[in-house]
Design a protein around this ligand. Sequence first.
Ligand SMILES: *Cc1c(COP(=O)(O)O)cnc(C)c1O
Length: 217
Amino acid sequence: MGLDQIRKRIAAAEALAGRAPGDVTLIAVSKVQPPARVEAVLAAGQRVFGENYVQEAAGKWPAWREAFAGVDLHMIGPLQSNKLKLALDLFDAIHTLDRPSLAQKLARAVQARGASPQLFVQVNTGAEPQKAGILPDDADGFIAECRGLDLPLVGLMCIPPEDQDPVPHFRELRGIAARNGLRGLSMGMSADFERAIAEGATHIRVGSAIFGARDYG
Ligand SMILES: *Cc1c(COP(=O)(O)O)cnc(C)c1O
């Protein structure tokens, strides 16, 4: 598909939703992709990227940050507490704040540094047992707890169940964000980003539609 096509489709979806051009931030999800593909997308001017694995990101991005000014790196995978320090060295945003123990450790680390990445709370809108995230019923309480810890929340993130219409999940996320005064909505992937934009996404996370299929082999 490629970056140009995706940019055009984002612009069309923004216009259709009556939103300003550039309202939606495209996060190019580069996990597991061959370096040459990522470098081509960097060369085409894309600067916002998403990664799922701290160790993998640590091996790739310091050099690319040197070579390409203005990289904005987002953590979108589950974050283990023992990788927190490394993650804070690497990432400008974390979309997977998903449990009280992580919030507490993050608060201590952020205070010691005097700086925090932008933070999104991951909500498990489908209440799927195998998936990370705060359950919708617990979201208001968890958001309040994070604010009590002085964590700078910018929004919410969700990954809808694969076998369901994502739109009700996008709407639920938007509702939780609205009643908690949060503007950021990280939702929408290769298969559904246009619907996410229609439902108010501010950040879409698109991997395979830009880079091609991932080869985990
Ligand atoms: C891998 C991943 C994406 C990108 O998925 P595509 O279907 O390739 O666009 C988006 N969000 C999260 C959380 C992911 O893990």
